[in-house]
Design a protein around this ligand. Structure first.
Ligand SMILES: [Fe+2]
Length: 186
């Protein structure tokens, strides 16, 4: 039997499905720009009213929200060296960060292993959907105990995050999913 479907019949079954639409009108470059803009405002003192009187704590992670609307939330986070977040994703949100001071190590799951990169003051990173990583405060040569400050933006605003572990067979296994309205583990 020969196949003799019409062109319209063939077109009804495209070989490549359409791309999944984005959950937000904002793109990763928009989020990178947003974190850059808010980082500049933090450095100029525009959010000093939100900072602890004596500065961010030196013995614990700390965060505050700088902005929130229906499509975007922006957070300022301080990190102490060695503090980890656990491996996690950002649910249905895109994300980005800019490091203001200090440094971070990011451990990203690339499908086979965790890859580490260092983010120093002024560096940026963007997180598309499906990005699974752990973020850790990193010591700097100038001051090994310094706290790190970073600005993070998420769109749509964070509502849920999943956490993961790497199995003995070098696979990623989801351990739990949690509703969130803040960067407890981001
Ligand atoms: Fe994250």
């Amino acid at each position: 039997m020969s196949f003799s479907g019409s062109a319209s019949a063939v077109a009804a079954f495209p070989a490549v499905p359409p791309a999944v639409s984005s959950p937000t009108r904002l793109r990763l470059p928009d989020l990178l720009h947003t974190t850059d803009r808010f980082a500049d405002e933090v450095l100029r003192g525009c959010f000093n009213r939100l900072l602890p009187h004596d500065g961010p704590p030196t013995d614990a992670r700390w965060f505050t929200r700088l902005h929130a609307d229906d499509e975007l939330d922006v957070w300022l986070i301080s990190w102490v060296p060695g503090h980890t977040t656990e491996l996690h994703d950002h649910g249905g949100s895109l994300g980005a960060l800019t490091v203001l001071s200090g440094a971070l190590h990011e451990y990203r799951w690339d499908g086979e292993r965790l890859r580490r990169r260092r983010l120093d003051a002024g560096d940026q990173a963007a997180f598309p959907l499906g990005w699974v990583h752990d973020v850790v405060g990193a010591p700097t040569l100038a001051d090994p105990a310094t706290t790190t400050l970073s600005v993070h933006a998420y769109s749509p605003p964070l509502t849920a995050m999943s956490y993961y572990e790497v199995t003995e067979r070098a696979a990623l296994r989801r351990t739990r999913t949690a509703l969130t309205d803040g960067p407890e583990g981001q």
